[in-house]
Design a protein around this ligand. Structure first.
Ligand SMILES: [Zn+2]
Length: 265
């Protein structure tokens, strides 16, 4: 599920670095095996040869500990570094698959569940969409467990709670792309155009009315509503800081009639 090219990018320089180490330090052989996890046979062989760690000097043990930490942190950096452009590309490809197939198969194996329970989440996109039962971001973009950090609220409006969730995912999980996903035939947008609801629904429609003004066309109103949510997200100082590090906030419209997502709105 990780970006293979990113992992190779980090693996090859490490391989070269360790090769140099092996020629200069007696115990660098150990580092070589730490950083080459794919070679199980080598690893087992090494463990047999170095079963008695007491033969290692203290300075070697410290070096081993430090190098292991360094390697893991570098790999984590790479995993979190899926850029906004790459994330959009992946979402577009996922939507293409969604539109071209009639069924949806997802990996919900215990192996995958255990992986995420053990390693935490690394979603490559934050998606704010409507709660409409026909708008399911994980399906629309053909994604798996751990891919999307999803926030759903009628009319895909933004308030403090949504902003808090977005800031968390962008700031703490390292996600580089935020997508506000509006959709055609949105009941919340239509209600804002045609009605003046009471109760708590009014909080949502008032927010949409602020975005659409006098617009009467459902589609144009949905686009204006998305734009307003994008602007509200970008008004967050925390998000502005993350934007300097490559975060992007984009709007899109899901067409419930044919399943396509339009990012050019
Ligand atoms: Zn809707």
């Amino acid at each position: 599920m990780y970006d293979v090219f990113s992992l190779l990018t980090i693996t090859f320089p490490l391989y070269n670095f360790i090769t140099v180490l092996r020629s200069n330090y007696p115990y660098s052989d150990y580092f070589f095996h730490i950083c080459k996890p794919l070679s199980l046979r080598d690893h087992i062989s090494f463990k047999k040869r170095h079963a008695d760690k007491s033969s290692l000097r203290v300075c070697d043990k410290i070096f081993i500990w430090y190098f292991r930490k360094l390697t893991l942190s570098m790999i984590n950096e790479v995993i979190h570094m899926l850029s906004a452009d790459e994330a959009i590309k992946r979402l577009k490809e996922g939507n293409r698959q969604y539109v071209s197939t009639d069924t949806f198969h997802a990996d919900i194996s215990s192996t995958l569940l255990e992986h995420f329970a053990k390693n935490g989440q690394e979603p490559y996109a934050i998606v704010i969409s409507c709660s409409d039962s026909r708008v399911i971001p994980e399906r629309i973009f053909h994604t798996a467990i751990g891919d999307l950090f999803t926030i759903r609220v009628a009319g895909n409006v933004i308030d403090d709670h949504q902003l808090g969730s977005i800031e968390y995912a962008a700031g703490h999980l390292g996600t580089k792309l935020i997508v506000v996903l509006g959709h055609t035939q949105c009941g919340a947008v239509t209600a804002a155009i045609q009605h003046n609801p009471s109760g708590y629904i009014k909080f949502i429609t008032d927010e949409i009315k602020r975005a659409i003004g006098d617009e009467q066309d459902d589609y144009k109103a949905a686009v204006l509503n998305v734009h307003q949510s994008v602007e509200m997200i970008e008004s967050s100082l925390e998000i502005q800081k993350d934007e300097e590090d490559g975060l992007r906030v984009v709007g899109a419209i899901y067409h419930i009639e044919n399943g396509t997502v339009d990012f050019e709105i």
